[in-house]
Design a binder for this molecule. Structure first.
Ligand code: PRP
Length: 181
């Protein structure tokens, strides 16, 4: 049975389902880090809420950094034109780095970030994506940790936007076709 929010949006994953899945992801990441420190690198803006919640499930010494990539819109993004518009604040050489993304779609963003981050010689480089749309992939890239694998649906909420709105919805919702925005 689907749930409807107070904004008449269909809920794909409730805040409780999200919290439970993130707790599982956090336990797995904690295990894999084996007591070592980690730098969480959030990709602005969509990943901000996921990073905040994931970070609080990790039982290791963690620091935060953020990057931003150019948002030319999906049309131009699919041409492969990804550009870094906010770089890391701190060096990542020799560190365990976990890139934190809300959604892995075509893979162009993460393939680009992985390439430039590897040039900095981190000790380890892993990816955590809350959502994965494998059917959309244009670049061969997988996340090490995936919250939910979904078909090609337009999702909003929990950090994800439609024209910059809806990022603050606590649940992951579906943007219905013809919704009055
Ligand atoms: C979304 C998402 C990822 C990227 C994934 O960001 O947060 O960064 O798209 O898509 P890809 O796999 O096709 O590259 P968006 O450009 O919507 O910006 P935002 O995070 O500021 O919402």
């Amino acid at each position: 049975m689907s749930t409807i929010t107070d904004q008449d949006l269909e809920v794909l994953y409730t805040r409780q389902q999200i919290a439970e899945r993130i707790a599982e992801m956090g336990a797995e990441i904690t295990r894999d880090l084996n007591g070592e420190k980690v730098v969480l690198v959030g990709v602005l803006k969509g990943a901000a809420i996921f990073l905040a919640d994931l970070a609080r499930t990790l039982q290791v010494d963690a620091t935060f950094d953020f990057v931003a990539v150019s948002s030319y819109g999906k049309g131009q993004r699919s041409s492969g034109a990804v550009k870094l518009i906010k770089d890391l604040d701190e060096p990542i050489e020799g560190k365990n780095v976990l890139i934190v993304e809300d959604i892995l779609d075509t893979g162009l963003t993460l393939a680009y970030l992985r390439k430039i981050f590897l040039q900095h010689r981190p000790k380890t480089l892993r990816i955590a994506a809350l959502l994965d749309k494998p059917s959309r992939r244009m670049e061969k890239i997988d996340a090490d940790y995936v919250g939910f694998s979904i078909p090609n649906l337009f999702v909003i909420g929990y950090g994800m936007d439609y024209a910059e709105r809806y990022r603050n919805l606590p649940d992951i919702c579906l943007m219905a076709p013809g919704h009055p925005e």
